[in-house]
Design a protein around this ligand. Structure first.
Ligand code: FAD
Length: 311
């Protein structure tokens, strides 16, 4: 059994492991894919102290850093069930997809999240070639260009407001007949001169020249008419889904969006179980935030282990 078992090997999980291993605790990481979302990311320019890196390179650097310590990394290990300890200090149990069971006195859940995809032709092909999901990350790459934001909820409208200050023109496309974002955000968006808002609009295809996005096909859901919009970028903002499906029966408190509810120390509602990164209720889903959350959860696990005798 481990003193600390971390589920997930993205920035949050890696940071947690480095912190608990440096406290001398036996630490394991069970991860479906070590590196997490970093493998889907190209340029990273907002990690303070690292002016430029690329996702796979950062994943490799994290793996190397984790490898400097005595951390048992189980890659390709997908957790399917969690059975929490019945009392503080007791053993938690984790079942993996291959049937194995792992035990640990404390757990840090860092299974991250995934952006919901549109599921239209061109989206996968042009990912990182004009199709983007993170305005904080990729906005500056579209300086002065024409882009669309797909999704008229709070995240879509916030993204459109943010991007309108950087890019040349924003077309916001909402599938429903009206925007769902808070009224104050909608009013702000409507006040911006380089923004067009389209409702009842269905994106049917993302178009490109083979190497970059150059347009999208938009269907008017009322008339059925389809037309082409010329642009250089598409930001998909239709939801971030936390990877917590496997925790539904665990007794862990989840938010209405399925995120693990944590306090500022990374504690969940269950003693000895902590969580960090994109899988939690933390409002900003970013690498540096996930790393910070992972470090806090690691220190909280340390605090828990020195205060609770093994049962
Ligand atoms: P993740 O990176 O999602 O890692 C989750 C880990 O958990 C993975 O190892 C995964 O395999 C594992 N896992 C999931 N389910 C299970 C399970 N059941 N059992 C075991 N393991 C499991 N942020 C920035 O700060 N700057 C950027 O430039 C940037 N660009 C981005 C570009 C793209 C295209 C995307 C998708 C995201 C980008 N982000 C960026 C966001 C950033 O990648 C995330 O905020 C960050 O990776 C979150 O880290 P995490 O450790 O919480 O989760």
């Amino acid at each position: 059994p481990f003193e600390v078992l971390i589920v997930g090997g993205g920035p949050a999980g890696a940071a947690s492991a480095i912190y608990t291993a440096r406290k001398g605790f036996s630490t394991g990481i069970a991860a479906e894919r070590f590196g997490g979302q970093l493998h889907d990311t190209l340029g990273i320019e907002n990690l303070p102290g690292t002016p430029y890196t690329e996702g796979p390179k950062l994943a490799g650097d994290l793996e190397k850093h984790v490898g400097d310590y005595d951390i048992d990394v189980m890659n390709l290990a997908r957790a399917t069930e969690l059975r929490p300890a019945s009392e503080a200090g007791g053993m938690h149990e984790l079942t993996l997809a291959n049937g194995a069971t792992l035990k640990a006195r404390s757990l840090i859940l860092a299974t991250g999240a995934r952006w919901r995809n549109l599921g239209v032709p061109g989206e996968t092909e042009y990912r990182n070639k004009g199709v983007a999901y993170c305005p904080h990350c990729d906005g500056p790459l579209f300086k002065g260009k024409r882009i669309a934001v797909i999704g008229g909820g709070n995240s879509g409208v916030e993204a459109a407001i943010d991007l309108a200050k950087i890019v040349g023109h924003v077309t916001l496309i909402e599938y429903d007949s009206k925007l769902r974002a808070d009224e104050v955000l909608q009013a702000k968006l409507r006040s911006m001169s380089n923004v067009e808002i389209i409702t009842s609009g269905q994106t049917t295809e993302i178009l490109g020249d083979g190497s970059r996005v150059n347009g999208l096909m938009l269907k008017d859901r009322n008339s059925g008419d389809e037309r082409r919009i010329e642009l250089e970028g598409v930001f998909v903002q239709i939801g971030l889904v936390p990877n917590t499906e496997w925790l539904q029966e665990s007794g862990l408190e989840l938010s209405k969006f399925g995120e693990i509810v944590t306090d500022e120390e990374g504690k969940t509602n269950l003693p000895g179980i902590f969580a960090a990164g994109d899988v939690t209720t933390t409002p900003y889903k970013q690498i540096v935030v996930a790393m910070g959350g992972g470090s806090s959860a690691g220190l909280s696990a340390f605090d828990y282990l020195i205060r609770n005798e093994p049962k």
